[in-house]
Design a protein around this ligand. Sequence first.
Ligand code: PMP
Length: 453
Amino acid sequence: TKTIAGVRADRLGAIAEREARRFGAGRKLSAEAMAAGSGAFLYGVPMHWMTDWPMPHLPVVAKAQGARLTDIDGYEIDDFCLGDTGSMFGHSPAPVAKAIRHQARRGLTYMLPTTDALEAGHLLTERFGDFRWQIATTATDANRFALRVARAVTGRPKVLVFNGCYHGTLDDTMVELSGGHTVNRVGLVGQVQDLTLGAVAVEFNDLAAVEAALATGEVAAVLTEPVMTNCCMVLPEAGFLQGLRDLTRRYGSLLIIDETHTLSTGLGGYTGVHGLQPDIFVVGKCVAGGMPTAVWGLSPDVAARFRAYDDARPAGHSGMGTTLSGNPVQFACLRATLAEVMTPANYAKMDKGAARLAAGLSAAIERHKAPWHVVRVGARVEFICAKGPLRNGTEAGAAHQPALEAAIHTALLNRGCLIAPFHNMMLVSPATTKRQIDRLIAAFDEILTDLFE
Ligand code: PMP
């Protein structure tokens, strides 16, 4: 019989059907609310990617607090998805909720700084290092602006990205490798440009390919996550990130580090914990505790080069901006998060809990002799339904098992645990309890028992 990642396909089919039925039977109020209320939306969802959740229909959320969601059917769900990192520090952290309440009566957006903004600037430098900061609302925009600066100061056209990467819906990065060549990504909607004029893709962990691309002299910047987190997780091999730094310096390209997901690593993100030296530092999602905010920072050297460029360019639109960015609510939340939430004590809790979760999942995988593995980057844990370690985006793509993963996600939710929909990712927040972690491990073990025995 056919198997998928070691699981018999017929068994998987039966389990997937049973779990889908169980979900539907237990969530009548959500089903009715969605049926009655979602018709105004394209595909019946406010964001098209909500159709990527694997359950037969979506649970409608009543509230969230800490690491727990409550849906309108009354289920309490242990949330390990945490908004795919936007709520990595827990839902509505108390200092952030307080900052919102305080600012709510003082204006929501007005294109001028507040004292919170000035204090947030100091805190950004304290937490992330000596950069000259700018604010955006999404990490997509922060990467877009970072890339503009890189092209401006180097006068070069291309961004080098790694095959299988994701840096938001930034068109410039929407390329992939096909037969050894960079091409527009296959599924892109409505793209009429040849993106390869401004981008080149190579495999992660392949310094020879990076060097060959940089040697063309066309690359303004390498844009990368320190760990590839948007496919099945791929860790950098020893020396790879240092090699990137050395090569970009040698060939005059900038190094942009996107910490949006790897902020899970610890204080200062992967950059802070491992002493990386990016030319441009980007982080979004949870940096203001869940209030839509992203930041990008230029090293003093790049800031000086950009200043010279900016002074010399003709007057006119810069192509950088967005009106709602840098509003006082963002700054209130950014300040509160940096000062009171993104603390060594909270990171210590997250790390300890994530280590417990990774060990528990690994033990279950071993017990059931599943040909799978677990990867962890600080608070971020992922099980991968293939043997590891994975070395690059091509291997990560091959490791992804959509049908199997969908069944596991629904089965976990039926046992009270929500994990991230686009991959098998679980985050441990400062609010996540040992009991919640142990419940997830037990649910995972129970599902593996079904799948493998
Ligand atoms: N960078 C990375 C590494 C990401 O994972 C994401 C989103 N998953 C983004 C940027 C874009 O973030 P946003 O959707 O908030 O624009």
